[in-house]
Ligand binder design. Sequence first.
Ligand code: GLA
Length: 400
Amino acid sequence: MSDEPMSNKVIRTPDAVDLDALAARFRSLYDAEPDGLWAAPGRVNIIGEHTDYNGGFVLPIALAQHTVAAVRRREDTLVRVASASMDDGAVATVELTDVTEDGDYGWAAYVVGVGWAAARRDLPVTGLDIALDSNVPVGAGLSSSAALSCVTARAWSDLLGWQLDEETVADLGRDAENEIAGAPTGLMDQLASVCGQEAHAMQIDTRAVAITQLPFDLPAAGLSLLVIDSRTEHSHTGGEYAERRQSSHEAALRLGVHELRDVPLESLATTLDKLPPLLRRRARHVVTDSARVEQAARLLLAGDDLRRIGPLLNDSHASMRDDYEITVPSVDTLQEAAVAAGAHGARMTGGGFGGCVIALVDHDDAATVADACVAATARGGFPAPAVFEAVASGGAARIR
Ligand code: GLA
């Protein structure tokens, strides 16, 4: 394994958030010191896509890219929040007691929704002043929204002494996204953002909300995980994500099971015969991708050669492309280019309809694979991808 930094011109780690500058911005916005600084990461999902709202398995890692919040507790119930990257840094002001599911709070929904969710659980809630910055790419399927809702939940919980377990902190973030921001996501992204551990991937049983931390030390194995952003924007508040969720639900109903999680893999072919073609494909993706998570998790647990998860990544991509139909041409192009250039496996990660491809590569091949992806998108007339290396990192925490 080589210790050479991987930075050719294509692979660029997003610039770190400048914590001193963020604290200074807080002071200039609110004329006061923050009580502290908190950070919550984005995530990539290694495998198991659109399984989390079907009670199935997922296998995400938390990224080293974070949303950082400088926060101060207020005595009233106002929330004031400003982000370096949103609305030119303007402060959004929301009265918490007025927040409802029907309100329109723009991106601040991911913040005030957490306070709303906490109040609904009868937790004592006061207002906050918040200044945000982030180096999680937005709209790339890397859960910048979960980083935002979870940094808010972590900070609020710590400042008000809510004493919640990590799953509940994640749940506050999910409630904010589902009920106030109107994005009908599962719980994977928030759990990954709150519960991530360095050099580990989380196998999450989303039905039991049970997390198994599995060793995922890529550098030690001479490997790198490239995140290749297609720069094709995606969003979960659009109709496609909700439509897939609805199809899954309908397939489960027709099969007479509670969730697609309950369809056994062994009898999948005969079970699927009972469904019309479209639902058959949707259900097949969910059941097989959840099974692929279990296979990958077994390899990780056994300390097997991590390269062996490569074929599972490729199969997962094919399943998302052909059965769940959530990939787009730019993303398929990147996946194929990465594999052709020597990646052990590659797949789209996240909700789909754009976003990022992850590619598992030997460290020494990273630049070659990244270059091949750039060349392939140029040939196909797609935007040039942004590429960085994913490093499995820790979850949401106070950092100052
Ligand atoms: C988005 C959602 C998650 C999950 C993935 C697809 O990231 O937020 O809950 O459903 O899509 O696996």
